[in-house]
Design a protein around this ligand. Structure first.
Ligand code: SME
Length: 213
């Protein structure tokens, strides 16, 4: 038997090894130690193994929760506020998560920090010709930097940041902002992370299109 446990901040699987009791346990939301105790009540001498939930399963659960958020949030602003918290809480390597929105009318156009979760950053306004954020917004491309210390475009927000991903948000084909995530871990953003962050940015674009800010 294998059960998934949702605990903050870790998602964990507790596995009963060599069990004879296929009865599933309802364990979502409880702490691993509680699940172990429940397993031992069923089978006092059971050996149990606790291991982190694989990234793919963690991402799938998160995608479902984000889709739910998208449908219940009344405004794009509410959606973005909730999303930054959810992404930072549930993805262990997402240490700073924030949205920069483009003030296209400004001269010159500028990215302005809006919803974010993580330490305060000195970079609350970023021109399009500066930083990894500027590069992503001006090209519309996803930018992934595995080692920020090697990228001359990088604007430092924290000494702890090692890698970064920035994904543009589009409304009717035009860049209107971006989702920026920093990690304290080098090369934290693999293919699955890129797909997740792009999906999140796409949902925000849709929400903006449907509800405005
Ligand atoms: N590092 C970004 C600036 C924003 S902070 O990461 C929050 C950049 O180089 O554009």
């Amino acid at each position: 038997m294998r059960v998934w446990l949702q605990t903050a901040p870790l998602l964990t699987t507790v596995e009963r090894i060599g069990d004879r009791e296929p009865e599933p346990l309802r364990t979502a939301g409880i702490r691993p130690i509680t699940a172990v105790r429940m397993l031992r009540m069923l089978q006092p001498r059971a050996w149990v193994k606790i291991s982190p939930m694989p990234v793919a399963a963690r991402i799938e659960g998160l995608r479902n929760d984000i889709s739910t958020l998208a449908s219940v949030a009344l405004t794009a602003q509410d959606f973005m506020n909730a999303m930054v918290k959810l992404l930072q809480e549930r993805m262990l390597k997402y240490n700073w998560v924030g949205f920069y929105m483009l003030e296209a009318q400004a001269q010159p156009p500028i990215l302005v920090l809006e919803a974010f979760s993580g330490a305060m950053t000195p970079h609350t306004r970023i021109p399009l010709n500066q930083g990894i954020c500027g590069a992503a917004a001006s090209s519309g491309q996803t930018v992934v930097v595995d080692d920020v210390s090697k990228d001359p475009r990088y604007l430092a927000c924290s000494l702890e940041t090692k890698s970064e991903i920035v994904v543009s948000i589009f409304v009717r084909g035009k860049v209107v902002g971006e989702l920026d995530i920093d990690s304290h871990f080098p090369a934290a953003f693999g293919r699955e992370d890129q797909e997740l962050v792009q999906h999140c940015a796409m949902l925000v674009g849709e929400k903006l299109e449907n509800t405005g800010r």
